[in-house]
Ligand binder design. Structure first.
Ligand SMILES: [Zn+2]
Length: 242
């Protein structure tokens, strides 16, 4: 197959449109879409101090790479990366990558949950935002689990509070992030995030993956519905208070 844009050998198929793109054009499209998510959802401000929580997995490494691309020319913005020590080579791989692009990196000791340690660091450092690598698949699986477990009011609660958690890959599918990480040759380790890796989480993943396989675009539509649902619930909560 050939790239729709330049005619060179294609590397990735956009399932929902049936179009193929070469590595360069897929990478550009992917980054453009993430930047659109950031703009539309106002995930970054001009003088932001962001702590990126980087496990060394493909998602958080891709998020770090794109954040760096956006922030490194802005003298008012500050980006640093942290890795919570969990044994293995992850922290060293992230440290080396950060050194290669010139982003300060800190390794943190685990205190309770992983995000507890990251939030604690960000608060002390005075950072208003913590960037995570959670992608579209994580978001809809979480919403699906909230619905299936009878807790629909939890939908859309993720990310609220201080420091604010920003999911810049929130509209990118897991498979797309994987392809991007390969195309731009990011050094990565196997995903260490065990959240959602229980019997229910695996069943939900299989279900959502097979739906997307048969009906490309389903995951994105579910994300849209989840956002609308959260907005409705949010609106109701506000109405209740008033
Ligand atoms: Zn191309």
């Amino acid at each position: 197959m050939k790239c729709l844009r330049c005619g060179r050998r294609a590397a990735y198929e956009l399932r929902y449109s049936g179009h193929w793109l070469c590595g360069r054009h897929f990478g550009e499209l992917f980054e453009r879409r993430v930047k659109k998510t950031i703009r539309q959802d106002r995930l970054l401000g001009k003088d932001d101090h962001v702590v990126a929580a980087v496990s060394g997995g493909k998602n958080s490494m891709a998020a770090l790479r794109i954040l760096f691309g956006i922030m490194h020319n802005n003298p008012r913005a500050k980006l640093e990366a942290v890795t919570v020590e969990e044994g293995g080579e992850a922290a060293e791989i992230v440290r080396a990558y950060c050194a290669s692009i010139g982003v300060p990196h800190h390794t943190l000791k685990r205190r309770g949950g992983v995000m507890g340690a990251v939030d604690g660091y960000a608060t002390k450092a005075g950072a208003g935002r913590v960037a995570t690598g959670e992608n579209l698949d994580h978001a809809i699986r979480e919403a699906f689990a909230d619905m299936a477990s009878g807790n629909p009011e939890r939908i859309g609660e993720a990310g609220r509070g201080a420091p604010e958690h920003i999911r810049i890959l929130g509209e990118s599918q897991d498979a797309e992030v994987g392809a991007y990480a390969k195309i731009v040759k990011l050094p990565t380790v196997a995903e260490t995030d065990k959240k959602g890796d229980d019997a229910f989480g695996r069943a939900a993943k299989m279900l959502l993956d097979s739906l997307e396989e048969r009906h490309p675009g389903s995951k994105y539509q579910m994300l849209r519905s989840t956002g609308a649902f959260a907005a409705i619930l949010g609106g109701r909560r506000t109405a209740d208070i008033n």
